[in-house]
Write a protein that binds this ligand. Structure first.
Ligand code: NAD
Ligand code: 6OD
Length: 493
């Protein structure tokens, strides 16, 4: 078993107790570029033993120097991680772009800066944290004093998806560490690199061994299942598909462990005739196609008021056709590939289904010619009209650069169609009528409703989904609620 100080550039390793290691079983798998099908790296899969070591290291750190560290010192270390990521900005950028194929322009503005900000915001929040105190009268007249004590929850298992790998992992690791927990992270098998690289930053800035651990592998029968079944894990925070959430929930039930789930979506946008058309088009191009449609908050269903329907469809078509599929480092690129050939096959199956169900294909519907990158997981941005609200294309999450546009006649009809879904993550409303905005916004059955914008994030606000889109909320004090255990001390005076 190797334990180099740095992760080998060509291998994605596990990071356990401050050291890089290959899996004890020696199992490995290939990390394939979605851009051109080439081999990016070898991923060393964690065995059940490795996961056990990671959880034990995390437990030991809780009772060791991390657990006994003063809050100010702990927060200094968490803040130092921000500087550590910024100092290695290009390394993180290269790793994220290689794993996902996303445009450098996107990853350098979103993924890596947010990866750092997720530590900063929660370190700042903990600096300002105060416990509560309640005086109470007692029959004997002496009274009592209650005060709360906020403690870390313990060892947190973090299971991550591949669409925004560093951003979504640190969105959980940031508050978890700021609150004094230790973590074992299981990145997606598709995007193992930035989580592993973060181990170097942890060592460089002096985060004690065992506080941050990474185990590589898949879900069932692999690191994901080993971690979520491990009795030494006190709570599980997961981002990914709703069906995966169901499997993890069963594991979490054993030992009644707490969960926080950010799951799938089938997010609507409602575009009223009184919208600012330029803003609505610009916002919807982003919400439907950014990150090649692989954003949980992305818009897959658009409802447009009938008087502007044709115009909106025409302008969205023009916007989609202006998008340029290309190599990540090319400054003209606005659309990267999907994450994998497997995901490409899934999205293409919906493209075929849409046609079979009678959709009008406004634009796209196939695979672009990419010449020397043809082995990549490329796909055309696609817009449909004409499907019934019951069609599978309008009911199921596709997670690709595609959307369907339906006309509507009344506000009530639009709200009703938009809310008629098993999911409840996000929506966007486009209107210049302030009264309507405030009337419609609260009626949307979602965790996050944007008015005249999309993916505009204040990290202090509650983030999460209703219905099958999640359990719980994170962000600001909501993250603190999940990552801490609250005790009340009652002192009879
Ligand atoms: P996924 O559910 O397939 O995988 C997510 C992670 O779970 C991976 O690390 C995977 O290895 C692991 N996993 C799979 N099966 C497991 C099991 N049985 N036990 C433990 N771990 C297991 O999701 P994905 O394909 O990586 O990501 C896309 C999905 O994630 C979409 O549905 C998207 O909507 C959702 N997502 C939601 C949010 C949100 O905030 N709500 C954010 C991003 C992505
Ligand atoms: O912005 C966030 O905090 C967040 N969790 C975004 C999720 C995006 C999903 O793909």
């Amino acid at each position: 078993m190797a334990s180099p100080e740095k992760s080998d550039n060509h291998d994605a390793m596990n990071f356990v107790n401050g050291e890089y290691r290959i899996g004890k079983s020696g199992k490995k798998f290939n990390n394939i570029s979605p851009v051109n099908g080439s081999l990016i790296s070898i991923v060393h899969e964690a065995s059940e033993d490795d996961v056990d070591d990671a959880v034990k290291a995390a437990r030991a750190a809780l009772t060791g120097s991390w657990g006994t560290m003063q809050l100010a010192e702990r927060l200094k270390l968490v803040t130092a991680i921000v500087g550590g990521i910024q100092a290695r900005f290009n390394d993180f950028l290269d790793a994220e772009v290689a794993d996902t194929g996303k445009p450098v322009s996107l990853a350098s503005h979103l993924d890596i800066p947010r990866g750092a900000a997720n530590f900063e915001v929660f370190a700042d929040m903990m600096k300002n944290h105060h416990d509560e105190c309640f005086r109470m009268p007692t029959p004997d007249g002496t009274g009592a004093l209650n005060y709360t004590v906020t403690k870390p929850k313990g060892v947190i298992g973090i299971i991550c998806p591949w669409n925004l790998p560093l951003l979504l992992m640190t969105w959980k690791a940031g508050p978890a560490l700021a609150c004094g927990n230790t973590v074992v992270v299981k990145p997606s098998e598709e995007t193992p690199s930035t989580a592993a690289l973060l181990g170097e930053v942890m060592n460089d800035v002096g985060v004690p061994p065992g506080v941050y651990n990474v185990v590589q592998g898949m879900g069932p029968g692999s690191a994901g299942e080993f971690l979520t079944k491990h009795p030494g894990v006190d709570a599980i925070t997961f981002t990914g598909e709703t069906r995966t959430g169901e499997a993890i929930l069963q594991n979490a039930a054993v030992g009644v462990r707490d969960v926080s789930f950010e799951l799938g979506g089938k997010n609507p946008a409602i575009v009223f005739a009184d919208c600012d058309m330029d803003k609505a088009i610009e916002g919807t191009i982003r919400s439907a196609f950014a990150n090649c449609g692989q954003v949980c908050l992305g818009t897959e269903r658009i409802y447009v008021e009938r008087p502007i329907f044709e115009k909106f469809v025409g302008r969205l078509k023009a916007g989609a056709e202006d998008l340029i599929c290309g190599a990540p480092e090319d400054s003209t690129t606005s659309l990267g590939p999907l994450i994998s050939k497997e995901h490409q096959a899934k999205v293409l199956s919906y493209y075929a289904l849409a046609k079979k169900e009678g959709a009008t294909v406004v634009t796209g519907g196939g695979v672009p010619e990419m010449n020397e990158m043809n082995e990549g997981a490329w796909i055309e941005p696609t817009i449909w009209t004409g499907l019934s609200e019951n069609s599978a294309v309008l009911r199921e999450e596709i997670f690709g650069p595609c959307c369907h546009i339906t006309p509507f006649d009344t506000e009530e009809e639009a709200i009703s169609m938009a809310n008629d879904t098993p999911y409840g993550l996000a929506c966007s409303i486009w209107t210049e009528d302030l009264t309507r905005a405030h009337r419609v916004g609260p009626q949307m059955a979602v965790g996050i409703c944007w008015i005249n914008s999309w993916f505009l994030r204040d990290l202090r606000t509650p983030f999460g989904g209703s219905k099958q889109s999640g359990i719980g909320r994170e962000g600001g004090t909501y993250s603190m609620e999940f990552y801490t255990e609250l005790s009340n001390v009652c002192v009879k005076l």
